[in-house]
Design a binder for this molecule. Structure first.
Ligand SMILES: [Zn+2]
Length: 382
């Protein structure tokens, strides 16, 4: 079995190891070393990347009991090859993971809730608890967690003997198989965990809860720590800068800017409705009274406008058919009559207009894909 160097030293990033085996599986190569500082994907945390003998390692996984390093190129089976774990990505995981321990310990101590789920991916970290708290309580948890960061207390890992373990009160995420590895944050928490962590809480930098939702009778927290929290902060500032430019207001006043814009938009919408109503009235006045059918075409109207036109003009002719759109994109249509039972001819209209319409004997509405000229001819002849 591969010796797990990360078990005793989470800050070992460069090491020499012997290549035991390199085998091809599908498009990938799986390399087994006699010892490794690469942490394999497990416990909800994604696997490490880096290089072995100059070859890029994309991921590290458990393959049964073995730890395998995954690459797209083969690695020569030989002794004493240079291996390097990608420092920053791994350090970010250690910051996030240790931050999670701190928050979980506070949730457990303050509210008696257990951590029942954990996911640490490349873009986000989520973890779940079997009980709910309020936003205000969450703010208190975050504050206490960051106090523990500032106190810069030590984090150590060890394997107690069975007798020692019996005397230790520790948290665990379900049943632990094999020897139990304890991660102890001095004076704060003891938890069974196999992953690498920072060695002092100050190295976490900052613990920022981004939000939480109700989840399976408890809550799911989204959180970022350290360099990931800094990146998130930078992205938020960039977004705020962009919004402030778009609104032409200082960054501190973007909320007021959006509220003003919404109010302006509502006022314009209202004005638009009034003007449109007047316009429809004018269009209707231009329709002359006749015993024939009348087709009306005007782009830019919606279904409500077409219905309004029909209400105003149905009495002026036999069948009044109003359309909005163009020959390329098709038409919205509303058809009305005071004298013809429209449902009886709805399918004829649908066929002739190459579309679909439905409704009552007094009014049909739908869509058409036929050309304007074809529609006019159809209504002249019907
Ligand atoms: Zn852990």
């Amino acid at each position: 079995m591969t010796e797990k160097l990360y078990d005793n030293d989470a800050f070992l990033f460069n090491f020499k190891a012997n290549v035991i085996k390199c085998e091809k599986r599908g498009e990938k190569f799986l390399t087994e070393l006699d010892k490794t500082a690469f942490f394999p994907e497990s416990g909800g945390q994604f696997g490490d990347s880096g290089t072995i003998d100059g070859v890029n390692i994309l991921d590290t996984q458990y393959d049964g009991d073995r730890i395998v390093h995954i690459s797209t190129e083969p690695i020569t089976e030989r002794k004493e090859v240079l291996c390097e774990v990608e420092f920053e990505q791994r350090f970010r995981k250690m910051q996030n993971h240790t931050g999670e321990h701190i928050v979980s310990s506070i949730m457990h101590r303050r509210f008696g809730f257990n951590n029942v789920g954990f996911h640490l991916g490349k873009d986000e970290m989520t973890f779940d608890f079997d009980g709910e708290i309020t936003k205000e309580q969450m703010a208190q948890v975050e504050k206490e967690a960051n106090r523990i960061v500032c106190e810069n207390v030590s984090v150590r890992t060890y394997y107690p003997t069975e007798n020692e373990l019996d005397a230790i009160e520790y948290r665990s995420k379900g049943e632990v198989e094999g020897k139990v590895r304890i991660v102890e944050i001095d004076g704060v928490d003891k938890c069974a965990c196999c992953a690498p962590h920072v060695s002092r809480t100050g190295q976490i930098g900052i613990i920022k809860i981004l939000g939480f939702i109700r989840y399976k009778g408890g809550i799911r927290i989204r959180m970022l720590c350290g360099l990931d929290a800094l990146d998130d902060f930078k992205q938020r500032i960039a977004r705020e800068e962009e919004i402030s430019h778009l609104l032409c207001v200082p960054q501190s006043e973007t909320v007021r800017g959006v509220k003003d814009l919404t109010a302006q938009n509502d006022a314009l919408k209202y004005k638009n409705t009034v003007l449109k109503k007047e316009l429809i009235q004018k269009y209707a006045e231009d329709i002359l009274t006749t015993k024939k059918n009348v087709c009306f075409f005007k782009d830019g109207l919606d279904m409500a406008d077409l219905r309004e036109m029909c209400n105003l003009c149905a009495e002026k002719c036999k069948i009044f058919a109003a359309f909005s759109g163009d020959d390329t994109n098709g038409y919205l249509m509303v058809i009305a009559s005071k004298t013809v039972a429209l449902r009886a001819i709805a399918s004829d209209i649908s066929t002739a207009c190459r579309g679909k319409c439905g409704g009552s004997d007094a009014m049909l509405s739908g869509r058409a894909t036929a050309k304007k000229d074809e529609i006019i001819i159809f209504f002249e002849e019907i």
